[in-house]
Design a protein around this ligand. Structure first.
Ligand code: PHE
Length: 351
């Protein structure tokens, strides 16, 4: 046995000293020192030896083990320092920054819009994206079969019909939160801002089937158009810049009376339309104004549907597209609005 111990030790040393890589050393370590390695096989034989030989052989095996261990670790240091010498390291080169994500451009826009309205006491609310027909249409003065519904190219959900609330739809506009908010708050004053996903069956360069709107609703005693105009002007100044103004154009919605479309003065020609310095017409707008979205005084039927007495209270509401409004602010000229949701990092990283 003594001779075998010597042989294993010598063979191990020769192989370790001739190794050319750290990986090779690891293989040798397993071969000799591993659980089923050559040294352990020797250890297993010791209990069968004559009692007077046990101590001696045990010592020889342990000696062999520690010589192999030391040779392995010395060789490892040698191989590693060789490797380090061949790869040149310059500690003055700036490091590589790990990529850090950021909020999507639309999330940033929603936060900014919410912040502007919260400053003047509006409360941000959320209502269902999958909504009853009642809240999306019927309670907003659009009975079934009413042609005004055509404007909201609605996705209907296959679901059981509720006797009062009708069918389920993917909410096509944030106005579906109006009657819900009246029911929630029960008694005016109401100052809500509802920013939410909306769905319509449209997909082309200027429409995505899912988009966002923000809706303002104020109901209280004596609310009138001046309050609406003042709120819109405040938003325009905060969001677009101190110079900007809004104007109201007569329009029609079933759930507001009177109804308006809201325009904002063009940021390039400042409402002057044709008198830019070059003497030519403004490139961005047609007549000095850009269209933002709908607004109006809440229709008495809508107030009644929300359990509010229209003889005591009045209100205004407005609802605009977040994507459209944000693009007008930054002067972003996006050829295809669907790019916003394409998850293309080359585009998203710019914001
Ligand atoms: N909900 C309307 C739309 O989607 C906008 C609107 C909201 C109009 C509130 C008037 C009042 O076009």
């Amino acid at each position: 046995m003594e001779e075998r111990i010597q042989n294993i030790k010598n063979e191990a040393m020769a192989q370790i000293l001739g190794a050319e890589s750290v990986a090779e050393l690891e293989e040798l370590r397993i071969k000799y020192l591993g659980r089923k390695g050559a040294i352990n096989e020797l250890v297993k034989e010791i209990p069968n030896l004559l009692p007077e030989k046990k101590g001696f052989m045990g010592r020889l095996v342990n000696e062999a083990r520690s010589i192999i261990e030391n040779t392995l670790s010395d060789k490892k240091v040698e191989l590693e320092s060789k490797k380090a010498k061949t790869t040149w390291f310059d500690p003055t080169i700036p490091g590589i920054k790990p990529p850090i994500g950021h909020l999507h451009i639309l999330t940033q826009a929603k936060e900014e819009i919410a912040g502007i309205f919260e400053k003047i006491g509006f409360v941000r609310v959320r209502y269902p994206e999958v909504e009853w027909d009642w809240f999306a249409f019927e309670s907003l003065n659009m009975p079934k079969q009413h042609p005004a519904r055509d404007e909201w190219e609605t996705f209907f959900v296959d679901s059981a019909t509720n006797p009062k609330y009708g069918q389920m739809v993917l909410t096509p506009h944030t106005s579906s939160g109006q009657v819900r908010e009246m029911e929630r708050s029960k008694k005016p004053p109401i100052r809500m801002v509802n920013i939410a996903k909306c769905y319509r069956r449209q997909s082309d360069v200027s429409h995505t089937p899912m988009f966002h709107q923000f809706e303002g609703l104020v109901v209280d005693a004596g609310i009138n158009i001046v309050n609406l105009k003042g709120t819109l002007d405040y938003f325009a100044r905060q969001f677009f810049g101190a110079q900007r103004k809004t104007r109201l154009r007569p329009y029609h919605f079933q759930f507001t009376e009177p109804s308006f479309e809201v325009d904002i003065s063009c940021g390039i020609c400042n409402g002057a339309a044709h008198s830019t310095s070059s003497g030519q017409g403004c490139k961005l707008c047609k007549a000095g104004w850009l269209e933002l979205g709908g607004a109006g005084m809440v229709h008495p039927t809508v107030l009644k549907n929300g359990g509010i007495d229209p003889k005591k209270y009045s209100g205004f509401a407005f609802g605009w597209g977040v994507e459209r409004t944000y693009m007008m602010k930054s002067g972003l000229q996006i050829g295809d609005i669907r790019t916003l949701y394409s998850a293309d990092l080359r585009f998203l990283k710019q914001f």
